[in-house]
Design a protein around this ligand. Sequence first.
Ligand code: ZN
Length: 582
Amino acid sequence: MHPMPKSNNTNWSRPQEYVGSSGATGRESVRIVPIGGSGNVTKNMYAYEFRDDGILRDILLVDCGIGFPDADMYGVDLIIPDVRYLEDKKQFIRGLVFTHGHDDHIGAIPYIYPKLGNIPLWGTPLTAAFANLKLKERKLSVRVTPVDFQTTLTIGRFRVSFVRMTHSVPDTSHLIIETPIGIFYHGSDFKFDFDPLDGKKSEIEKSTAVGKRGVLCMITDSLGSERPGFTPSEQAIRGSIEKELALCPGRFLFTTQSSNISRIQLAIDVALASGRKIAFFGRSIDQNVEEAFQLGYMRFPRDMVVRDREVKNIPPSKQFLIVAGAQGQPESALARMANDNHLHVSINEGDTVMFSADPIPGNENSVYIIIDELYRRGARVSYTGISEDLHVSGHGSQGDLMLLLAAVGPKYIFPVGGTYRHLMHYRTLAMDCGYQKKNVLLPGDGDIMEFRKDAEPKIIQHITLENIMVDGLGVGDVGSIVLRDRQTIAQEGIVVVVVPVEKSTGRVTSEPDIISRGFVYIKESGPLLSKAQKLVIDSIKTKKGRVMDWHYMRERIEETLQGFLRKETGRQPLIVPVILEV
Ligand SMILES: [Zn+2]
């Protein structure tokens, strides 16, 4: 490793090779806006802003990924970045570049694109292909332009070139972003796989070369910063698949993330060597494999792959099924098979199911439910909870991270792609490499960092970022109030009170009807019910005798019942008062 530049390193103070045609002036600045939220593993989206004298000139966007809902975000399918900050700056957005084809980097584009105006999109070929599948699916006509690793794009005042990196999907890139005030290195997800399945190694020479020119700031993956050493190659899994397969007299089911094309290829290689026929189950795997195959990123003889409905004509001992649903998604092919509810496959004694993925935090329960069901069907299940060598991370460990840091040797480091503890571990790592604390930037969620040529970077503005939730066809219509109601209903139940009121007089015509779900079985709670009914009537009686303000009436009922039920049952169900005009 070559010596690490410190903040006052002489190496750094020599003039920049690229300072734009006019040369940098002290008035120029670049801001990094973490739109997807830094301190976040998923939902990646960043804006680079070039400003002259504070006046916004150009915006370059990097990535547009989805996030996954927390367990208490009931019914929410996915989360997308909050782009409200960009709303009044659309005319300055010059384009968007994707770093690689994982959903947390490309998945939100069909939702976000309509809000960005008609901007060009770029990505390496497989990245572009995967993103285009998503755009097609949502019936958008725009397409990502594929570019190779030799391309340099001029996007406003930014010049963007690509560095090939290894990860768990082919064509992963880091970006070199040259600006009039200095060079930024956008190092998203990676690991150094020294024996990649496709033979295409990380172009560390490019990282080193740009490092020699002087990099002002490096954004870097930090997710593996707790793990010592180097992350093993994808090839490390091969032996495990072979071992599991050797123990399997029946059909073999292999499940992993559907974008993990390298892992799927590895499974295919093992399947072919064993002479088993391959079948794919799940739309996402099907589409991704087809796309990757067409573009030459996967190789297998077509005649070894059979269609899903043909599987039943093949003896189980000759089947190798690659199935979507490694995260326990309830609608997935694997979940349907586990519940004996799949059209073409039923799991039996002698079958093996191999999970080659770690559950995303929050998904553990759904994964274990499926594992239980698979056991009930008689299958042998191997998963990361009981066996270590079924999965390797796509993210670099401390060794990988330090190697990149040594190669690029930026003046400032901006770790991303991890939760706060990962960022802190990364900072320790960087300080072990000779960096000063102040050169590791840890802006908070929504903090905008400004860089100038001859000044310390600083937080210039804070933007409030919200989780924009997608539920079914609705985008952003599930807000915090809807979510809070869903949480209350899930945890405490719901009580509906129907009060019949004479429209002209405001007189309550009969006993209120109280209906509940998920609270108590109210028909068997007679005393509670009659007390509640009486309270409701009392609450809307006033000295004058009648209330005509329905809104006020509903509030009174809600308040009264809430207090009463909390006292009587210790629960706080969602109360829905309905005034029925008769
Ligand atoms: Zn990734």
